[in-house]
Design a protein around this ligand. Structure first.
Ligand code: MN
Length: 429
């Protein structure tokens, strides 16, 4: 499949992707929905107005002149698929010529990404964060409890998670104010109040729920994929010193809920189906317990997404340097899939709603250069990262800008997320 629009091989946004986002253009009032294609955004509100998205699957709704994706997501998978197929037809080099051969419409409907402002793509009612990377759970467990008790007894039997905070999920590009709070730096002395000294990132994949389920019902593992609209990259900023002091016995709280950043583009579930790979076997033959039936999933259950984390210090920015790579990971390292997380989340009758966000948990691979947090990359600060100009980092400093990016490699094209980035500002005191 090829588009009449020129898309370089290393672009994240070929016709095979078509991620959805919410944007504002300078010449038209109000946010609207678009898809990314190459360096452009295709304005779906305009196509809708022109009658080019008149599809029975949209059930006479007009979901694209909207400030969120929620209404469109709530229509369900047949509608998502019909729109995706229609857009691929309109953008292909041999399909419906309505856009391809109409110069005025192309001029109006295709806006350079550099000329638009991207917004949070959905209204997030609830955000749940999991802990699905075995290596991450093992690393953190080793640091806090020792190697012999690294994985808790439940970890291989269920996707461990906690309820996060939806109100502080922000779109890429939003500055992050260093949180203040209570910590106990010295075990022999009382706790103190102040800015976190151990500000960290967490490299995660976010699954966006498209259609939910009524309270009291469950989403089965077989049906879970139909309920997931798509995926975003997620940086789940964390304050490790606040977290360490507060988390017993009810889990993460203020060390986590001050900010989580997501990429502006939601990559459709269907766009990533060709990039599924088998995960770590969940069978006794390799020493892992077989999950209970409600969690048993057919392979391939993992996504093969190459992930990169880059860091830019104030000094690097002033010198015009590109961000420096600090980690290279992959979603295939996740033990529990998004479908398993969704099946588990609803097995008790908990209801999901369009726009709910499920974070995978920090994605860490087997080798130290593939860890998804500074806590692990620097092993609690004992092994600082060497940065350009002789700088080093244990945790994030004010002025640091963190960039996460990721894509699946196809044959001559990439299906990617663009970036999720954010800069750390000094604490409000
Ligand atoms: Mn997290």
């Amino acid at each position: 499949m090829r588009s009449f629009i020129d898309v370089p091989e290393d672009s994240h946004f070929p016709i095979q992707n078509l991620p959805f986002g919410v944007f504002t253009r300078s010449d038209v009032h109000g946010p609207r929905i678009g898809v990314a294609i190459g360096d452009n955004v295709l304005d779906l509100a305009l196509l809708e107005e022109m009658g080019l998205l008149d599809l029975p699957e949209l059930k006479q709704t007009f979901p694209f002149k909207s400030e969120t994706l929620n209404a469109f997501m709530g229509l369900g998978r047949p509608s998502w698929r019909a729109v995706r197929a229609r857009l691929q037809d309109l953008l292909s080099d041999d399909g419906d010529p309505a856009l391809r051969e109409n110069a005025e419409l192309r001029e109006n409907a295709l806006v350079p990404q550099s000329a638009v402002t991207m917004h949070l793509p959905m209204e997030i009612g609830d955000y749940t964060d999991f802990y699905a990377s075995r290596q991450h759970a093992t690393n953190v467990g080793t640091m806090f409890r020792g190697a012999d008790n690294a994985l808790m007894p439940n970890w291989l039997h269920l996707p461990v998670g906690y309820h996060g905070r939806a109100s502080s999920v922000v779109v890429s590009g939003t500055d992050i104010i260093r949180p203040t709070g209570q910590t106990r730096p010295n075990d022999d002395e009382p706790p103190v109040y102040g800015p976190t000294r151990l500000l960290d990132m967490e490299l995660e994949l976010g699954a966006v729920v498209g259609t939910g389920n009524p309270l009291g019902s469950s989403i089965t593992i077989e049906k879970a994929g139909e309920h997931i609209f798509g995926f975003v990259l997620l940086n789940d900023w964390s304050a490790r010193d606040i977290q360490k002091w507060e988390y017993v016995p009810l889990g993460p709280f203020l060390g986590k809920n001050f900010a989580s950043s997501i990429s502006p583009w939601v990559v459709p579930y269907d766009a990533l189906v060709p990039f599924r790979v088998d995960g770590e076997p969940q069978t006794p033959e390799v020493g892992n317990p077989e999950p209970l039936p409600y969690l048993r999933q057919q392979e391939p259950r993992c996504l093969n997404l190459e992930l990169d984390v880059l860091l830019e210090t104030t000094k690097m920015r002033e010198d015009g340097m590109q961000p420096h790579p600090i980690s290279k990971s992959n979603t295939r390292y996740l033990y529990w899939s998004p479908e398993q997380q969704l099946a588990h989340h609803t097995v008790n009758g908990c209801n999901m709603r369009p726009g709910d966000l499920l974070g995978s948990g920090t994605i860490s691979g087997d080798t130290p250069d593939s860890y998804g947090s500074l806590l692990e990359l620097t092993w609690r600060g004992s092994n600082p990262l060497a940065m350009p100009f002789g700088e080093e980092r244990k945790f994030l400093q004010d002025g640091d800008r963190l960039v996460m990016t990721g894509y699946a490699q196809g044959d001559g094209f990439r299906v990617g997320f663009g970036e999720v980035e954010g800069k750390v500002l000094p604490a409000n005191m």
